[in-house]
Structure formats: structure tokens, C-alpha cells
Design a protein around this ligand. Sequence first.
Ligand SMILES: Cc1ncc(C[n+]2csc(CCOP(=O)(O)OP(=O)(O)O)c2C)c(N)n1
Ligand SMILES: [Mg+2]
Length: 332
Amino acid sequence: MTQLAEKPTVKDLDKGQLIDLLRQMMLIRRFEEKAAEMYARQRIAGFLHLYIGEEAVAAGAIAAINHDDYIISHYREHGHALARGVDPGRVMAELFGRETGVSGGRGGSMHLFDVERFFMGGYAIVAGHLPIACGLALANQRLGNGRIVLCIFGDGAVNEGEFHEALNLAAVWKLPVLFLCENNFYGMGTDIRRVSSVIEVYKRARAYAIPAEQVNGMNVLEMYEATQRAARRVRSGQGPVFLEAITFRFRGHSMADPESYRRKEEVQEWRELDPIVTFRQKLEQDGVIDEATFQALQAEVEEVVNEATRFAEESPKPPPEALYRHVYEEES
Ligand SMILES: Cc1ncc(C[n+]2csc(CCOP(=O)(O)OP(=O)(O)O)c2C)c(N)n1
Ligand SMILES: [Mg+2]
């Protein structure tokens, strides 16, 4: 029930790594803007939940763990997949429902999966993946492979039974899970202040004797530092750690959200904390990048996203018989 001890060290990050964090956030932003455009043009159907505004959480946290640590996430997960290095073309193809998508085009936006990159989904059921995170962590613990599980979910998950079951078991069994709650204050159109008796989500973890703290999720370096410290503790075998990233989605819950539940001024206030704009300014002030570097990054990201979209567009749709695959075992 203590704050995480040791002080953070982003001093370890060199110039290249700092630029990578900026590039990563820019890629997620541009990818999402393109996905919104493709949705409007009816290239993408079904649900589409954008991550715009929350990029610092994914970029900072995922850069701070090992490439073979597991990540398991909720349904607003495009940014997490991209930050883990899942191929943007295969993510876009999944949104398009194409055969080349990471889940063969049958999962769509909420079910991105890439086992080779230890990215274990994409889950549409709110809080449904927290027990799965515990299962992955139990396997790691038994195998003694040194891997941890980064389990990402929204504030909407914290009043679900599975949240409490998972936290309790993880604490009792000292499972190597890093719980990361993206608290953006809304679950669909519901304000957390209206439905939670304790709105400081991290305090709930402390009730299970899990070390927990709040992090500024609009600041990529703070996310990196906090995750690095938390991951170190989790990996040392002392059990789970809980981080609550304070963040905000700039767009509606999904593409079909008139946002009548929140004030325009509130959204505007958070937009002024845009994690990409503020980090770019910091890097310029610190002399890490100049205007030309930023322009080059923008051009690079644009090209990656255009290429991903071209790949998705040109990819085949799954044939109708693919509907029967992975459903029942075929009789021989
Ligand atoms: C068990 C369950 N209940 C309800 C829903 C419907 N639902 C989809 S998203 C959502 C809100 C989740 O909000 P949050 O966890 O805060 O994530 P955010 O959208 O803010 O990233 C709800 C209630 C669901 N998918 N699963
Ligand atoms: Mg939320």
C-alpha cells in the first residue's frame, strides 16, 4: 500500500529514443485520423473507437516494457497494437475486414491480435480480459520466463466483478501483472463521477494491497518513467502493480456518438494538453529536434499510413467459406 519507491530516470533515454516516442504518437494519431476518414467513406464498417488524445499512454507505457512481455488490452486498442510494433498495414486491413488483417478480417477494430508480438488482443467485453491477464501471468510465473503482462483497460472496467476478482487473485498469488487503467473519465456516455463512489481509481487497487499510483497520461515521459518503475517491481516477483493514467479521448466514444453528455469546453480544455503538441514543444525547447526534423517525421508517418491504407484497400476480402473456419472442428 505504498507509493512506488525509487525515483524515475528518463535520463536513460537518448535522442533517438525520444524522437521514437514522438514518432510513435504521431503515427497513432495519423492512423486514427485516416481510419475515421475511411469509416466516413464506408471502407470500414461496424464499430470504430478512436484513441486520439490518449497516445502518450500507449507510447510511453509500451516503450518501457520488454518486447516479449505480454500486452492484453480492451477494445480501444489500435494505439496499443501500433505502439507494440504490429504492422500498420495489417491493422488497417483488419479494420477493413480483409483477409490480410491481423485477425484474418474476422475480428475488426476491437479484436486485434498478434501472437508473434505477444499482443494478446483486443477484447470487446469490458473487464473480460482482466482474468485472462491473470492467466497469462500465472503461466509466466510457472514457466519462470521472466515475462510480465501489461493489462490495459478503461475506467469503465472498475465497477465490474471481474476487475475485483482479478486484482484479488493477482495480489494473493503475486502474479506478474501490471494493471494500467486509462482513466478518461467516461465509459461511453457515462461520467465516472456519476457512477463511482471512489473516482480515484488507483485507490481501489490499494484495497487489495497492490501498490498503486496516478500518472499524468498526457505526458509521454511521465508514462514511460512510471511504467518502467512499475515493470521493474512486477518483474522482481513482488506481485502486481497498478497505474492509473489520467487521460482524455478527444473524440466521441465511437464514430456514432453525438457527445451530448459532455461540455465542449471540457473537451477544449483537454485538447490544450495535447500530448503530441506538448512533447514536440519540449523536444524543441531542449534542442532535441527542430522544425525540419518534425516536418520529416510528419512526412514519414504520412507515408506509412498511406501505405497501410493502400495495402488494406488492395487486400482480398475473406472468401465466404472462411466463415466456417475456427468455429467447429472439421470432420475428416
Ligand atoms: C461487460 C460489458 N458491458 C457493457 C459493454 C458496453 N460497453 C462498450 S464500451 C463501454 C464503456 C467502456 O468505457 P471505458 O472502460 O472507460 O473505456 P473507454 O471507452 O473510455 O476507453 C461499455 C459500457 C461491454 N462491451 N461489455
Ligand atoms: Mg473511459
